[in-house]
Every structure is written in structure tokens, then in C-alpha cells.
Design a protein around this ligand. Sequence first.
Ligand code: URA
Length: 236
Amino acid sequence: MTSRYHRLDRFLSTRLQISRSNLRLLLAAGRVQVNGVAERDRQRRIGPFDLVVCDGEILQANRPRYLMLNKPAAVVSATCDDHHPTVLDLLPNDQREGLHLAGRLDFNSTGLVLLTNDGDWSRQLSQPENRVRKHYRVTLEKPLTEEYVTAFADGMWFEYEGIVTRPAELKIRSPFEADVWLCEGRYHQIKRMFGRFDNKVLTLHRVAIGNLVLDEKLKPGEWRELTASELAVFSD
Ligand code: URA
């Protein structure tokens, strides 16, 4: 995951494999540029997306990338798997490098998945205290009742984690279909919550993460880069 910041001298010594004294000379001579400007401070912190050049040779030039993908069923939310295709396999080879998932979906769940090479960004999205709401559309085996709405809002005791789930919103769309908003992501959370009513989830589709809505034009398995305005929804 590309997310860490390094001191410039540590970054250079790893990349160039040179002695500390040569490193100092290199910096003092202004031969190292960070984002186009000669940098002489060896303690300068280098982020994953800073452009670092030494004597004209590019040592690092990562572009932050943010993608949305419409995950089909029967695809694993992981970057590698021995038995099944992964969301990363849905991208051409030359688009995959350095990407990781910002939040998972179960094997048979579908819908919005975000991929990025920006570890700080994905951490922000998944940190529980940021309470980014995720919107799911769910179809059920048995009809829904108003009892579900209350139970989801009240929270449920999850024995394994030893927690009560955070208040979740449930809107009944039709007897067998509901919209659910969660601001956390426990293992199989939605299935387990409906499981309390002995009601099996037949399909589970993620529609949105925060205010970022899955592009309806993306067919299952398709992806695209986020636009600047889509990215901005997370900095509000
Ligand atoms: N809850 C689940 O049970 N599965 C998902 O994929 C997402 C939320």
C-alpha cells in the first residue's frame, strides 16, 4: 500500500544504495529535486506522490489514482486469490499496479467498490470515527415488517465482536426489498442483521459510499476513474 512518508535521506539511500557521506554531497550540490525544486534538507519528508528526481533520473513519480468499479457477483474483494477472480483481475494489467481496495464486499455482493493507491485516502474512508455511510439495496427471502426498521436503528448485539452495532437506517421499498445505510462494516454485517429475523439475503448491492454514488452507466465488471467532483465529496 503506498501511503507512508519517508525522510528524504532514507528514501534516497534505499533507492540509490549510496553511503551517507555521498548522500550529503548529493543533497548539498542541489542534485536532488522534489516536485521540481532543488531540495537540500535531508530531513524533508517525502510523500508517496512527491516527484523525486536525481541528476535528471526520476526516482519516484506516482500519480494518486481513485477508481470506482461495479463489482459483479462471484468476484473476490481482494487483490489476489488462488481460486476465484478478484476485482483487480477486472482491470487491464497496466492499470493494476499499486492499487488496493478501499472497503470490501462479500463474494456474492455486487456494486460500488473503490480502488486506490492512496493509503491515506482509503484509511480516512474506513476509519470508524469518520462514519462514512454506505448505502446498500437488499432483496430478501421473506417479507419485511416495521420491526426490522426498529431493530436496525436500535443496534444488535454481535456476540463474536462483543459489540452492539451502530444505529443503521432501513427503509422498506417493497415487501421483499429494502435500502440499508450502515456507518460501519462488520463481517457479513447485513446478512447477520437480517439473519436475526431468520430472513435470508438473496441479493446485496452497494449503491453508494458517503455521497459517492455508483455510476449507473457502469455495467457489472466495468470501472472508471473518479472525477474531481466525486473526489471532492470526501473532503467536505
Ligand atoms: N454486509 C454484508 O453482509 N455483506 C456485504 O458485502 C456488505 C455488507
